[in-house]
Design a protein. Structure first.
Length: 620
């Protein structure tokens, strides 16, 4: 507290000259924010001690401070800090006694949201092993790809993912991977049951020496992101990154007495770093859910007396589109923290569910600069703050959406977008804002680096996000550029989808893009394809192919058949016109199909179906 006051006072003194100059209506909030920032910096610096302090140490501190406090509530199970600590010791000891494992080996975790995810992650942290957080929705080729890019020696999987593991088992065995399934027994050769080993293992402490090789730059977790091209990439999240994320919840006023509702996937940044790791700092209780359910959301909040929720834009929209109820405002939620909520949904949410503080932020898994809308300005993702920008330089540059690259002037430098205009968000790569990149993928890492932005020789991180800054310095997210789109809260890489389509028997070329649908966040997948000579488009075969290779959010919902795929002079596929024509049968002469999960096929898209989608009568 003392430190915090000093920070605020210090910040106020610094900001006075600017205050007099601008007399902004947000002045006090700006100062307060600065106080928070300095507080975080001071805290991070004070933790730079020997032996190194890592996020795991914060968990151990919390366990020592309130051993019997509830840490995880899941379905009908309750786990205290002490229980969690002991169970993770058991998991760690069980793995350590496995002949094929050496402390420090990378371990891949293939598991949905459940307490064992948390126990296992903590166990690996105690053993000094980096963990690859595999998305439990991925299968076959993608699963193998993700597993391989982090060079893991061990795969630990949830029992219900047995089949998915079996699909890729021959490859895993060939590579000598140890495959552990969270069941008591396994009849499949090559897969070992692991939960009985955990039950039987000792809960004795794991000595610190196991972690003595770890530095702030050591990888802590790998989080997969669908980038601009190809299969998912493993973003390397190092120990330092986790430490800097530690105070995110506490600096937004979350305290030990708070109860956090955690339903976002633990394999993604928002759920893992902000929700889970953030709770270490505050020592709050986590109510863990397998997945989001709009109908259970508020009942859960009431039942568990939840005070803090996380969100993504889609979730806010789903909550607002549930039928209105009398008890909509009857809950204890006071803070919602997340990103991607649209201004109209934000207003509707506050109207319906009462006075909840919404903290919209902008950050990406691999990006080096993020911000918070600490003022609560509806629709904005953040606010330009002089000192923040001085510490973490960023800017918006003009972007050519047709050519899919930043505009360059005659000197080869980028051109900054004026206020009020949309531009590409780029952030300078520095020592305090490093870009670690992707594991085993220098090519993709280099693609995110932008050289010669404002000066010859400078280096920026290319976020791939288009933003706008208004005259009051609020920052608004506009769209993603290039080869990704978002649907149901997941990023979809268009090239990954087109690679999958073109390995089917009848599709020759595929140009994949996202199209907007009224009443939905993001864009839904669509593909313009050409059919192989001597083949015919077979809706049900393509359906089966797509379903077996792609998670549901990445499957192209509409397919348009063309005689030729249009390309630019440099053989880049042209998407602009296709995106604009969308999936309107009135405007498109080409045969047009829609994915139909009941028919298990792609069927012709009629004008009636189109109207039903546009009017919101048909759910996608
Ligand atoms: C678990 O914790 C919740 C929330 O504090 C409490 O309401 C419930 O009674 C507990 N359940 C058990 C089985 O201890
Ligand atoms: C579990 O291990 C941690 C860290 O190695 C240690 O601090 C803790 O005391 C252990 N718990 C028990 C019950 O021995």
């Amino acid at each position: 507290m003392e430190m915090y006051l000093i920070s605020v006072i210090f910040a106020s003194i610094l900001i006075i000259p600017f205050a007099i100059k601008t007399l902004s209506p947000y002045l006090w909030l700006d100062i307060l924010y600065l106080g928070h920032m300095l507080h975080i910096v001071v805290k991070c610096v004070s933790r730079r001690r020997r032996p190194c302090f890592f996020v795991l140490d914060r968990f151990l501190e919390q366990t020592a401070a309130h051993p019997d406090k509830l840490f995880i509530v899941f379905e009908n199970e309750n786990y205290s800090f002490t229980y969690t600590d002991k169970r993770s010791n058991k998991t760690a000891n069980a793995l350590q006694s496995h002949p094929n494992y050496k402390a420090g080996d990378t371990v891949a975790l293939f598991m949905g949201n459940e307490p064992a995810f948390i126990f296992t992650w903590l166990a690996m942290a105690k053993l000094g092993s980096p963990v690859a957080l595999l998305n439990h929705n991925i299968r076959t080729k993608s699963l193998l790809h993700c597993f391989n890019c982090c060079k893991a020696k061990v795969l630990i999987a949830a029992s219900e993912l047995k089949e998915a593991v079996e699909d890729v088992l021959p490859s895993l065995i060939e590579q000598g991977v140890t495959v552990l399934l969270m069941t008591k027994h396994s009849d499949t050769p090559g897969i070992e049951g692991f939960s009985d080993k955990v039950d039987e293992a000792s809960d004795r402490p794991l000595p610190r020496s196991l972690r003595s090789h770890i530095t702030f730059k050591s990888p802590a977790v790998y989080i997969y992101t669908s980038g601009t091209t190809g299969l998912p990439k493993a973003a390397v999240v190092n120990q330092n990154r986790l430490l800097t994320a530690l105070p995110v919840l506490s600096s937004n006023g979350v305290m030990s007495s708070d109860v956090i509702y955690l339903y976002l996937p633990l394999c993604h940044t928002a759920g893992f770093i902000i929700g889970f790791i953030g709770s270490f700092e505050t020592g709050s209780t986590i109510v863990l859910k397998r997945k989001f359910s709009a109908s259970q959301f508020w009942n859960d909040c009431r039942k568990y007396r939840v005070t803090v929720v996380q969100y993504i834009g889609e979730v806010m929209r789903y909550l607002c589109s549930t039928p209105k109820r009398e008890n909509d405002k009857d809950h204890e939620v006071k803070l919602a923290i997340g990103n991607g909520v649209r201004a109209e949904v934000w207003r509707e949410f506050l109207n319906r569910f009462g006075n909840i503080r919404i903290r919209e932020f902008y950050a990406s898994t691999e990006g080096n600069v993020g911000f918070f809308n600490y003022v609560g300005k509806i629709g904005a993702v953040g606010r330009v703050n002089f000192f923040h920008r001085m510490l973490f330089p960023y800017t918006l540059v003009k972007y050519d959406t047709e050519r899919d690259e930043p505009v360059r002037d005659t000197n080869g430098l980028c051109v900054e977008s004026p206020k009020g205009e949309t531009g590409l968000f780029v952030s300078k790569i520095t020592d305090i804002a490093p870009f670690v990149g992707y594991a085993e993928n220098e090519e993709q890492t280099e693609r995110k680096r932008l050289h010669n932005v404002l000066m010859k020789g400078d280096l920026y991180f290319n976020s791939g996000d288009l933003m706008r800054i208004d005259k009051d310095n609020f920052i608004y997210f506009q769209d993603r550029v290039g080869d990704t789109f978002r649907w149901k809260g997941e990023n979809v890489a268009t090239n990954e989808v087109s690679d999958i389509l073109t390995i089917s028997d009848c599709i020759k070329e595929a140009n994949v893009y996202g199209v907007q649908v009224p009443g939905h966040e993001g864009r839904i997948g669509m593909a313009a394809v050409t059919v192989k000579e001597s083949a015919q488009f077979d809706g049900s075969r393509i359906y089966n192919h797509v379903v077996s290779y792609l998670p549901s959010y990445a499957r192209p919902h509409f397919i348009r058949i063309q005689n030729a795929v249009e390309v630019t002079g440099t053989f880049k596929q042209i998407k602009g016109k296709l995106v604009e024509e969308s999936f309107d049968p009135e405007r498109i002469q080409d045969p047009l199909y829609i994915l139909d999960n009941e028919e298990k096929s792609y069927i012709l898209l009629t004008a009636q179906v189109y109207t039903a989608i546009i009017s919101g009568n048909l759910k996608l």
